[in-house]
Design a protein around this ligand. Structure first.
Ligand code: GLY
Length: 367
């Protein structure tokens, strides 16, 4: 496939490119073009991605780079913590990595966030490159420079904004991605359409067959559009002092549902549920019509995403949103929809409205 590129600016200046292709072959050349020739590289991955791609990426890089080492993290959100980061620092010290050397995050969102955080803090900051291998990481977490780890049960509680030098997306990695992970990543793509671009939303709906069939040309077009929406938002508000919070559509209740499920539901599945809940609250506040609500809800189904869940204690889940770090002065900053393709931030969502939306999500055996 033809390589596509998207340039991301930071503070008004070109900062890094997202590159879309279907092999790892061009990675060394891209790194050389960025001036990394002669530097040591540490590929950070996890034990799921390691057997799939580590050897291939290492061999490709060794054609141009003398020192290519790797570090394998345990996979999963439960390992996204400071203990693992400390062990990675120790490894880098042992390998004598200095300020000029480079980390490559090869994997999904957890690997990207952790590698980015290690890069942001090791020797007060070294370069890193994202090589995302899941749809969630390709569509969302590898872009925009959010890095970090969880702390004491709070998601992404410790972190830094640290921009990658390149996001290298090999779309063919999506071919081996587990079906549930693929669907979960798609929730973030749908989120981008819902919050900013009705044409993209309609395009997604019209291409559901090609997307779920993982046609690479379609996925390339989809990701370019999806990343372009995120680009516009993060360029305007890189540090989330304003509109970047729109990207949290579906995340306020989504995070609370994720935590309540004990992480048995995937992040993207909870984002889908959170978007349905946000649409419900938007309908109940007369911001969107009933048809829009049902359309948004049902649209997740062909993409293999949940729109209902097992019974939960709605009061307890709604209460959890107050401990989300995205609260400001004790108020939940909720993202609602004014229409499909236009999200707004509201501090006017009550605990009761959240509880009702959660109740609506609970699986009804009669249906
Ligand atoms: N995932 C939301 C953001 O990057 O701001």
């Amino acid at each position: 496939m033809e390589m596509k590129r998207l340039e991301i600016k930071y503070q008004g200046k070109p900062c890094y490119e997202i590159l879309f292709t279907d092999t790892f072959e061009a990675l060394p050349e891209e790194l050389s073009a960025l001036g990394f020739e002669g530097r040591k590289i540490c590929i950070v991955t996890d034990h799921i991605v390691c057997p799939l791609y580590l050897e291939e990426v290492t061999q490709v890089l060794k054609k141009r780079f003398e020192t290519v080492v790797s570090y394998v993290l345990p996979a999963g959100e439960e390992h996204k913590n400071l203990d693992e980061i400390r062990q990675l620092y120790a490894y880098l010290i042992g390998e004598k990595f200095d300020r000029k050397d480079l980390l490559i995050a090869l994997g999904g969102g957890v690997v990207g966030d952790m590698t980015g955080f290690a890069a942001a803090t090791y020797l007060r900051g070294i370069d890193f490159v994202q090589v995302p291998t899941t749809l969630l990481a390709q569509a969302d977490s590898s872009i925009g420079g959010k890095t970090g780890v969880d702390l004491d049960g709070y998601k992404n509680m410790v972190g830094a904004f640290w921009m990658p030098r390149l996001v290298y997306t090999n779309l063919s990695t999506l071919k081996t991605l587990d079906a549930r992970q693929f669907s979960a990543g798609f929730a973030e793509v749908m989120k981008h359409g819902l919050l900013k671009d009705v044409h993209f939303y309609t395009w997604l709906v019209d291409h559901s067959y090609e997307i779920t069939d993982r046609d690479l040309e379609t996925l390339g077009e989809m990701l370019w559009q999806s990343c372009n929406i995120k680009r516009m938002i993060v360029e305007k508000d890189p540090k989330e002092t304003g509109d970047r919070a729109l990207l949290n559509l579906g995340h306020t209740l989504g995070h609370a549902i994720e935590k309540t499920s004990g992480f048995t539901l995937l992040h993207g599945e909870c984002v889908a549920l959170g978007c349905v809940a946000a649409a419900y609250i938007s309908w109940k506040k007369d911001m969107i019509g009933m048809e829009d609500y049902y359309e948004i809800r049902d649209m997740f189904v062909p993409f293999g995403l949940p729109i209902s869940m097992e019974p939960v204690d709605c009061k307890a889940v709604a209460a959890l949103t107050l401990s989300d770090k995205k609260t400001q002065g004790g108020k939940v900053r909720f993202v609602l929809l004014q229409k499909i393709g236009k999200a707004v931030i509201s501090e006017e969502v009550t605990r009761e409205e959240m509880e009702n939306a959660l109740q609506e999500l609970i699986f009804d055996e009669k249906e």
